[in-house]
Design a protein around this ligand. Structure first.
Ligand code: ADP
Ligand code: MG
Length: 695
């Protein structure tokens, strides 16, 4: 169907195989349809002509009518430049070309009235425009007033496939009578959500008569994108709601109450309370819970999880808690065992490196129901692990796991256990609703009382000694510190050179026995890891030198300094997670970002952002601007890369209306039997095969 739009881009007039290859490689454009959905990133008003005298430092793209007086080639032969002296009758500017000099020269005609278009820059007192667009006055008079500007890469510019070339290609698609763009939404939806027809929208977005038309077209496509993105998740959620009956936790909660009144070491925040009551009502609903619990680092998700475990236990069920790293699993085990002991609850730990003997004992106690809570890594989803009656599966730091693993855990129980997934990834609400659209959503939006904002500073490596001196002072006041080295992938190939060197240097500055400096990394034996973690948690170790294994979840409230070596090598979300290891107690905490002096622009922005804010939400916004959605932890494969126009941060209201439209549509026509065009579109490449994902 629709062979025209699916045609290979090389068959488009003016493209051919060389340019097609450039479009494939540089922009991922393979078909006519791909090009049609390659939208301008801004528009210029070509109805206005400027005088040279009007140009100032602020002027962006402009066009001027005038004549070339003369031109010349300057510079050495290998790198000649072409300079043309251009006047509007009043004043003069220079037009400059560094590439395709020969070709351009053949186009220039002295004394003929032409139109130049480009961005003026000031250089040593003269104004010039580099690589301007040239046009005849007659051509300009025929052309549209508003013109789309398309992103092109450096490589494309070199090969003279620039914005103008893209615009011309699009014109030849738009003018082709074989172009057939069927409407995919029903009349009802178009009317209700004020969507202009699809075909018109393509015309207006590429060749707009006015800005109003651009806006109408953008609105239509934003809605469409957000519709395609969310539909699979929403359909899944509806299906789950119909199918999965769940375990009902209905008895009164003696253990829960005992713990809450007698043993909990603090009072819950309002946010924790309200999240708990949301979960409670899920537990009582008779349907399987599938809930995402989001809360920034340090907001107190673990205790919420533990209280949920107690509700399950009160009702005669077991629970599991899965963590993405062994170190985090161990820490949860140590921390929660202390709480569980107070109420006589037996809990177990299972990781990839648990011994066969330990496993045998665990398996038995799980099957006879003695162990009420099993904590572990993804070893938990190995097939041999059988529970007597699993009622609740909790996944911590969910963004580290794939969807498939989540599903597998769900299969563990004989019935459908309730599922609670927790994440600190500070993604905006709309984003969460889209990426985790098949889950219900709770948010802890409040930090425990008495926390002080972490002070963050960026220092270059040569200031390291000062930093160590500062740490000495803090240690003297009873505090502890982390020093983290980047070791992003803990593969066999990478050795621990930086970490080991750093550790040796620290030992010199913090000699034994006065100081205790210890090292922790992923390759150590679990028993050693446990011992190191325990020593640090109990305050026996002053400084823990570590790789990023401590990135997620680790909780030692007395640790108040986080030093991150080579911080320019980390992404923003990772830096935020690492910083989140401090600021967990009542003391003032510090995060010191060390870096080399040579920094990329991107790295500078990241470090500046870290110094500027401690808000995970703000940082994730910046992260999105820097990297795009595709890279945000946990959102890969979620389809966010299909958003070309829509932004989940600024188009939240369109995302909401699209969701409303989807729900209404699926209620009346769950399998889209009466919406074949839409269904077909959803199954196609253009529709991102959204329907196939859920079929
Ligand atoms: P995260 O949400 O990052 O997993 P944790 O659950 O590790 O955070 O909690 C961080 C710290 O805050 C822990 O030391 C925990 O005991 C403490 N905490 C949690 N809730 C409260 C509260 N309501 N009042 C005071 N401290 C709390
Ligand atoms: Mg945590």
């Amino acid at each position: 169907m629709n062979t025209f739009l699916n045609s290979d881009i090389k068959f488009l007039k003016g493209v051919g195989s060389v340019r097609a290859e450039i479009l494939n490689k540089e922009l991922g454009i393979f078909t006519f349809a791909d090009l049609l959905t390659y939208y301008p990133f801004r528009y210029v008003d070509r109805s206005k002509f400027y005088r040279i005298s009007e140009i100032d430092q602020e002027t962006s793209f402009i066009q001027i009518k005038g004549k070339i007086k003369h031109f010349e080639e300057i510079g050495p032969q290998r790198s000649t430049r072409l300079v043309a002296f251009f006047t509007d009758g009043e004043r003069e500017i220079e037009l400059l070309w560094f590439r395709s000099v020969k070709y351009i020269k053949s186009l220039l005609k002295i004394g003929e009235e032409i139109v130049v278009f480009g961005k003026p820059t000031f250089y040593k007192g003269t104004i010039n425009i580099t690589h301007p667009e040239l046009d005849s006055v007659a051509n300009r008079q025929k052309a549209a007033a508003l013109e789309g500007v398309y992103h092109t890469t450096e490589m494309m510019k070199k090969r003279r496939v620039e914005s103008k070339a893209i615009r011309m290609m699009l014109e030849s698609i738009s003018n082709d009578e074989r172009l057939d763009v069927p409407e995919i939404f029903s009349e009802e939806i178009c009317k209700k959500y004020k969507l202009i027809p699809r075909r018109k929208a393509f015309r207006f977005i590429h060749h707009p008569p006015s800005i109003k038309h651009v806006e109408a077209a953008q609105h239509r496509f934003k809605f469409e994108e957000l519709f395609m993105l969310q539909l699979p998740f929403i359909r899944q959620k509806i299906k789950r709601g119909e199918a999965a009956s769940g375990i009902k936790f209905e008895s009164i909660n003696p253990i829960f109450e005992e713990f809450l009144t007698e043993h909990i070491p603090f009072s819950l925040t309002g946010a924790q309370e309200s999240v708990l009551s949301e979960i409670k009502s899920d537990f009582c609903s008779g349907k399987q819970m599938s809930r995402l619990l989001q809360g920034d680092v340090g907001s107190g998700k673990t205790i919420v999880a533990f209280l949920c475990v107690l509700m399950a236990v009160d009702n005669g069920y077991q629970a599991s808690l899965m963590a993405p790293t062994e170190i985090l699993a161990i820490q949860h085990y140590i921390g929660l065992k202390e709480l569980a002991d107070k109420i006589g609850l037996e809990i177990g730990l299972l990781t990839g490196s648990s011994t066969t003997k330990a496993r045998r004992v665990l398996h038995e106690k799980l099957e006879n129901g003695k162990i009420k809570l099993l904590i572990g890594t993804h070893a938990l989803i190995e097939d041999v692990v059988k529970f007597k009656n699993l009622g609740l599966s909790i996944i911590d730091e969910q963004h580290r796991f794939g969807v498939a693993q989540r599903a597998k855990l769900q299969d563990k129980g004989k019935l459908n256990p309730h599922v609670l997934v927790m994440t600190a990834t500070p993604i905006p609400r709309t984003l969460a609703m889209s990426v985790y659209g098949d889950l219900d959503y709770s948010l802890i939006d409040e930090m425990p009382a008495g926390r002080k904002a972490i002070k963050t500073a960026h220092r270059f490596g040569f200031a390291r000694e000062k930093v160590w001196t500062f740490i000495k002072d803090e240690i003297a006041r009873g505090r502890q510190a982390y020093v983290v080295y980047p070791l992003i992938e803990e593969s066999e190939k990478l050795h621990y050179k930086d970490l080991n060197n750093g550790y040796d240097q620290l030992l010199e500055f913090f000699p034994r026995p006065e100081y205790q400096v210890e090292m922790l990394h992923g390759k150590m034996k679990p028993a050693d890891k446990e011992a190191k973690m325990k020593d640090f948690a109990e305050g026996k170790t002053n400084i823990l030198v570590s790789t990023t294994v401590i990135e997620v979840g680790i909780n030692v409230p007395n640790a108040s300094i986080m030093v991150i070596e080579s911080s320019e090598k980390f992404g923003l979300s990772q830096l935020h997670q690492l910083r989140g290891r401090v600021g967990r107690g009542a003391e003032q905490s510090y995060c010191i970002l060390l870096s080399s002096k040579k920094l990329s622009e991107n790295a500078k922005t990241r470090l500046k952002a870290m110094v500027g804010t401690t808000s995970g939400f703000e940082l994730s916004e910046i992260d999105m601007q820097l990297r795009g959605f595709g890279d945000i932890a946990g959102t890969r494969q979620s389809g966010l890369d299909q958003l070309k126009l829509a932004s989940l941060t600024t188009d939240a209201n369109i995302a909401d209306t699209a969701r409303e439209a989807i729900v209404a549509l699926l209620q009346s026509d769950p399998d889209l039997e009466n919406h074949q065009t839409l269904k077909h579109f959803l199954s196609s490449r253009q529709g991102h095969k959204a329907w196939e994902k859920i079929a």
